[in-house]
Design a protein around this ligand. Structure first.
Ligand code: SF4
Ligand code: SF4
Length: 366
């Protein structure tokens, strides 16, 4: 167990590197007892998404489009260099003891990075658990013993292809904790309902994580879910049944939908967007963003000039975090001001109000 007390923001956090369980207290009083106030942010990201991949041969050869995946990193046409191993080491050196986990990704499958094994080994040697997401398309199964040794979990992006199934089987055969990352959109919601209702999640999988589709990169606006769609309501309603919660998970972008449609899920068990509060994204060209979906890099801070700590505490990140404070507040212009769940939800995504599944939020505000 790794335990850590954030003295600046006055809470404690524990992380179990074997099970991946992460627990955070509420804000502590002067006697170190928990108060009713949730911790709003940390002084350093506990989770770093690290975009080690600058380009994706899979995407450029059209595999994403063939499988119906709308890559938010525009991997079908943007070709930039991968993150260098030196920059990766610099990141780990600074984050050791403050960040618990990294999630490797970027524009392509991270297992295709020439220094992939060195990276996962270096992270683990510095007490940071590496995880990664892959389509499995080019995955060399001979590296799986090292993946098992160094990584916490692997997520397979659901591409509905032979290589998806093949990769899931290979990971499970090596005893690797395996999740499925399933992008939930208008195109895929029928299949998602079928998976949950008819228990079609492949056996052996730890969880299927439903990620909200976002209109970023190749992601189309037409595929964004709407709160007014009865199917959306029906899908999230399914998670009022405990048996369905035991096989699924959600990205934090989903919090408003759970608030509306899955009220039987204990609200203490999930959080809203943690971007810029407890997590951040490092781009392949070494900038820190509050979230990987900041496609225009509006909040980017260069890590060749500043440390992660400086970037995370910068005015630019404060501006991002101000969105949460606005929506948790009581000003007359704030559409969320009368919502009983505003301190949990914080108004949802600060970057794209269009993805927030809520009928009260003014999507044109801010
Ligand atoms: S009204 Fe605002 S705070 Fe409440 S659920 Fe909707 S988006 Fe979240
Ligand atoms: S900023 Fe938006 S897209 Fe990013 S994690 Fe938060 S809610 Fe999701």
């Amino acid at each position: 167990m790794i335990n850590y007390e954030d003295e600046q923001y006055k809470y404690r956090v524990s992380f179990n590197p074997i099970t991946g369980v992460y627990v955070r207290t509420s804000v502590l009083d002067d006697n170190k007892l928990q108060t009713e106030v949730e911790a709003f942010r940390g002084s350093y990201p506990h989770l770093l998404d690290v975009g080690i991949m600058g380009h994706c041969l899979h995407g450029i050869s059209g595999k994403c489009a063939q499988s119906g995946v709308q890559c938010y990193q525009s991997g079908s046409h943007i070709k930039e260099p991968h993150m260098s191993y030196d920059n990766f080491k610099k990141l780990i050196d600074e984050s050791s003891g403050k960040t618990f986990q990294i999630a490797l990704g970027g524009r392509g499958d991270p297992d295709q990075h020439p220094d992939f094994i060195n990276m996962i080994r270096y992270a683990r040697e510095n007490n940071i658990v590496p995880n990664f997401t892959t389509s499995g398309y080019g995955l060399d199964f001979s590296i799986l013993p090292e993946v098992k040794k160094y990584c916490g979990a692997v997520a397979v992006s659901y591409y509905r292809s032979f290589y998806t199934t093949r990769t899931i089987h290979a990971l499970l055969a090596h005893g690797i904790k395996t999740n499925i990352h399933y992008v939930l959109s208008n195109d895929t919601i029928d299949e998602a309902i079928d998976w949950i209702e008819n228990k079609k999640i492949p056996s052996g999988i730890n969880r299927v994580i439903f990620l909200l589709h976002k209109p970023v990169g190749n992601g189309s606006v037409e595929n964004v879910l709407s709160i007014y769609d009865p199917k959306v309501k029906y899908f999230y309603n399914l998670f009022n049944k405990e048996e369905n919660c035991n096989i699924a998970g959600f990205d934090t972008c989903t919090a408003p939908a759970l608030i509306h449609f899955a009220p039987r899920i204990l609200k203490d068990s999930y959080d809203t967007c943690e971007g810029g509060r407890f997590s951040a994204y490092v781009t392949p060209d070494f900038k820190l963003l509050p979230c990987s979906f900041d496609g225009d890099q509006k909040f980017a801070i260069r890590l060749d000039k500043y440390s992660v700590e400086e970037a995370f505490n910068s005015t630019s990140f404060d501006n991002f975090r101000d969105s949460f404070k606005t929506y948790a507040g009581n000003s007359d212009e704030n559409s969320c001001r009368n919502c009983v769940d505003k301190e949990l939800c914080l108004g949802g995504c600060p970057i794209m109000k269009s993805i927030v599944i809520c009928d009260v939020l003014d999507k044109n505000a801010l």
